[in-house]
Design a protein around this ligand. Structure first.
Ligand code: UDP
Ligand code: MN
Length: 404
């Protein structure tokens, strides 16, 4: 069974195994010994609700360009990501797979990868190499610029897509090109590589501008699809989503002034909602992701890119609510965050709603600290009647600890 195989693949037989395991944890923060032994193809438990299996999708759907950006990824995890897409996507829907190497340092990602792409993947996968480290934000923009499919699908480089994952993502985009969709992100254990289902949750954030998972309000679960219908989500986790390519460009791609990692998921989420689109989580689309306990790389200069990126998004999108962030991070008030004039102009051009509108309309569960004073016990000023009833607020087990 799935579990027994996992147990036996983790055994250490000799010094070489030990070394693969140790260097793997050091470089990648997950069990590379098991990852290597699993190979590039494996069966996965079908984690969808049984209702999903009965759903029918239009035969004619837009075709997808899958963009996978990576920096120093483990060869086996990267190739399993790629093969899971090739194995589980109907060819007529898969326009191309684009790998963007963000100037990785690891030897295994050089000639060996060139050879593998050329000899084993024969024209089905395009490999783009960045001449310098760009970070995942500009990296994805580079991938998108190479893409020619109608829909862009972004994945992290340590994912495995599950049964019939793509059709449920493409159908809502076909219906409305300003709908952006995320699959449910199933959990691949960093220690055992076991694949397990995630609960249905949706994306939120706190005033420290950290992404968090929230329970789904009952109002969202009462639609025609019941528990398997699309769920409106205030934010996305970031790594895994699909979006019409023209719409991605019209909406301003990403903020190219953001570096390496962090904040771009909230920025694009706010932008989608505030500028006329919508963001949905699709419970019938399942993609596994290796959740690691730490991120195994830094930024080239050691900067806190999350803070830099968050400052940019706060100043462009959050209006007076940026005070909520700055009062939690007073040391950032004087920090420079570069030129944001192009993004401010984008917001003007797209005639986007205010952040207040976003909070009231899309994320009424969000609570603001009335006067931004941390010393006082928090005063909540948003207990108004507009707020829909939500499920018991509380920890969502397992997932709550992770930021994708
Ligand atoms: N990534 C990249 N360049 C960077 C940092 C990250 O290409 O400078 C890639 C990384 O390899 C991964 C994706 O961006 O495929 C998301 O990063 P990561 O998985 O580390 O984020 P997490 O899932 O931990 O939030
Ligand atoms: Mn990741």
């Amino acid at each position: 069974s799935h579990c027994n195989r996992i147990l036996s693949t983790g055994m250490i037989f000799n010094q070489a195994d030990q070394e693969v395991r140790d260097t793997g944890y050091h470089r990648h923060a997950f069990n590379v010994l098991i990852s290597t032994r699993l190979g590039y193809h494996r069966e996965l438990p079908d984690t969808r609700d049984s209702q999903c299996r009965d759903k029918v999708y239009p035969q004619a759907l837009p075709s997808a360009s899958v963009v996978i950006c990576f920096f120093n990824e483990a060869f086996s995890a990267l190739l399993r990501t790629v093969h899971s897409v090739l194995d589980r996507t109907p060819p007529y829907l898969l326009h191309e797979v684009i790998l963007v190497d963000d100037h990785s340092e690891l030897d295994e990602l050089k000639d060996d990868l060139d050879r593998y792409v050329q000899e084993e993947l024969q024209g089905r996968v395009k490999l783009v190499r960045n001449q310098r480290r760009e970070g995942l934000i500009r990296g994805r923009m580079i991938g998108a610029a190479h893409a020619t499919g109608e829909v862009l699908v972004f994945l992290d480089s340590h994912c495995e897509v599950n049964q019939a994952w793509l059709q449920p993502l493409l159908a809502p985009i076909q219906k409305d090109s300003r709908t952006v969709v995320c699959p449910v992100i199933d959990i691949i254990s960093a220690d055992t590589l076991a694949y397990s289902p995630s609960p249905i949750v949706r994306g939120g954030f706190n005033w420290g501008l950290h992404f968090k998972w929230d329970p789904v309000p009952t109002s969202e679960l009462n639609g025609p699809g019941g528990g398997t219908g699309p769920i409106r989500s205030p934010t996305m986790a970031g790594g895994l989503f699909a979006m019409n390519r023209k719409y991605f460009n019209e909406l301003g791609q990403y903020d190219a002034g953001m570096d390496i990692w962090g904040g771009e998921n909230l920025e694009i989420s706010f932008r989608i909602w505030m500028c006329g689109g919508q963001l949905l989580i699709i419970p019938c689309a399942r993609v596994g992701h290796i959740f690691r306990k730490r991120r195994p790389y830094g930024s080239p200069g050691g900067q806190d890119t999350m803070a830099h990126n968050s400052l940019r998004l706060a100043h462009v999108w959050m209006d007076e609510y940026k005070e909520q962030y700055l009062s939690l991070r007073p040391e950032l008030r004087e920090r420079s965050y570069g030129d944001i004039s192009e993004r401010v102009a984008l917001r003007e051009r797209l005639q986007c709603h205010s952040f207040r509108w976003y909070l009231d309309t899309v994320y009424p569960e969000m609570q603001t600290v009335a006067n931004g004073n941390k010393q006082q016990p928090p005063l909540f000023n948003n207990k108004g009647l507009r707020r829909p009833k939500v499920l018991q607020r509380g920890r969502v087990p397992e997932l709550a600890a992770h930021i994708l």
